[in-house]
Design a protein around this ligand. Structure first.
Ligand code: AMP
Ligand code: GLY
Length: 424
């Protein structure tokens, strides 16, 4: 099978690596890809939102399966365009990707189908939102409705902060059209867990759990980022919690989407908060998490193409997912200053060791080859250094050891990825 992967981050590198291990894989292309992905796939210089060019490329190369990794093209309807051209594609259609594309949609869905989530109200109008905030309880959470690179969520401790937040989202339009609507929701406390799943429209299969570290600084301080590190499995995701989620959240979401005439095929990412009153959904994403994919996929024993084809064909009930009985930790190497201002174009060295050491992976996010063919930094998140171990403590030690192999001038990382494991 010839494959085209759409995207350019660490997630797409992890997907490409899994695909390259499949005995079914023929040629593997990635658009636009990055320097690391070019080791396992042929990168083609087409952007993830250039739908016409992507469809033409897929037709010309007679691609057997397109895999859309990123949220923007999914929400924008790339899967529909590919299917209209007769190309098999893994990922939700536009009418299902709205599960991630609109927080108001996903909240209304959860309410209608009694899926546990934070209490909320939706607003199209800044005045009404401000009025509501006058009598609300604090802290409170404001969310821009649409996609905002994971940054459209504001946690406000006071009424003043919340009023400022409404201005930022709905009037100043800091997150663009994503802020035409807003969800205001109850603030919840608890541990967060990311659970990824494969879905074929009716059947759902859960992958091993993971936990992300979203803030830029140690001790969960500083600005929100795309994710500074992950570990899998999460020891806080117990069997009891798994049973509860299977009963009230996972299948219920898949059934709700089908009942709404929006069957979901692809990956649903459940962002859960384990509250005192039980697990609740923080958010849904319509794709693999990044960097969650970097710790979950290396542990998956299944042939990823077999699973993805089963999703496309509605035959996921014939598949059982299997994960290695071990753990993985990913530490993101970022550019100093991320997520605000940082330098790019700095040479990276020391990656050779990942080619020979079993159980160690270096997934590329923001990298490229410069005009001299030198590997250089090309983004805020540069690399995801992942290592496996027999348990989380060993995996964490291996991952931090491997971060020392890699050098670039403005290398920055968090030193406390997976520290919560030590509390156990
Ligand atoms: P989201 O993009 O919806 O996952 O939100 C980003 C982050 O904001 C989450 O990972 C949580 O840490 C936090 N968050 C979102 N919603 C809530 C909530 N209702 N209560 C507390 N924290 C929240
Ligand atoms: N790591 C969080 C996300 O992919 O949205």
């Amino acid at each position: 099978m010839d494959i085209l992967i759409v995207g350019s981050g660490g997630r797409e590198h992890a997907i490409a690596m899994s695909v390259s291990k499949s005995p079914r894989a023929g040629r593997i292309y990635c658009a636009p890809g990055n320097a690391g992905i070019s080791q396992v796939a042929e990168c083609v210089p087409i952007g993830a939102m250039e739908f016409e060019k992507l469809v033409s490329f897929a037709k010309e190369k007679e691609i057997d399966l397109v895999i859309v990794g990123m949220d923007d093209p999914l929400v924008g309807g790339l899967v529909d365009e590919m299917e209209a051209a007769g190309i098999r594609t893994f990922g939700p259609r536009k009418n299902a990707a709205i599960l991630e594309g609109s927080k108001a949609f996903s909240k209304d869905l959860m309410k209608k189908y009694h899926i546990p989530t934070a209490a909320y109200e939706t607003f199209d109008d800044a005045e009404k939102a401000l009025e509501y905030l006058r009598t609300a309880d604090y802290p409170i959470v404001l969310k821009a409705d649409g996609l905002a690179l994971g940054k459209g969520v504001l946690i406000c401790s006071t009424a003043e902060e919340a009023q400022e937040g409404v201005k930022t989202i709905m009037e100043d339009k800091k997150f663009g059209d994503a802020g035409n609507r807003m969800v205001i929701e109850e603030f919840m406390t608890g541990r967060e867990v990311s659970v990824l799943s494969f879905v074929d429209g009716k059947t759902i299969r859960i992958m091993s759990s993971a936990q992300d570290h979203k803030r830029a600084g140690d001790g969960d301080t500083g600005l929100n980022t795309g994710g500074m590190g992950t570990f899998s499995p999460s020891p806080f995701y117990t069997e009891e919690i798994d049973e509860y989620c299977k009963k009230y959240i996972y299948q219920a979401t898949v059934d709700a989407m089908a009942a709404e005439g929006r069957p979901f095929r692809g990956v649903i990412f459940f962002g859960l908060m384990l509250t005192e009153k039980g697990p609740k959904v923080l958010e849904y994403n319509a794709r693999f998490g990044d960097p969650e994919a970097q710790v979950v996929l290396p542990r998956m024993k299944n042939d990823i193409l077999e699973v993805m084809e089963a999703c496309v064909d509605g035959k996921l009930d014939e598949i059982d997912l299997e994960f290695e009985d071990n753990a993985a930790v990913c530490v993101v190497l970022a550019s100093e200053g991320y997520p605000l201002h940082y330098e790019k174009g700095l040479p990276i060295s020391g990656l050779e060791r990942f080619d020979t050491e079993e159980g160690y992976y270096c997934f590329h996010a923001g990298t490229k080859f410069d005009e001299n063919g030198t590997l250089v930094t090309n983004g805020g998140r540069v690399l995801g250094v992942t290592a496996k171990g027999s348990d989380l403590i060993e995996a964490r030690r291996h991952a931090y050891e491997a971060t020392e192999w890699v050098q670039f001038a403005n290398k920055y990382m968090r030193w406390d990825i997976g520290n919560t494991i030590m509390e156990l």
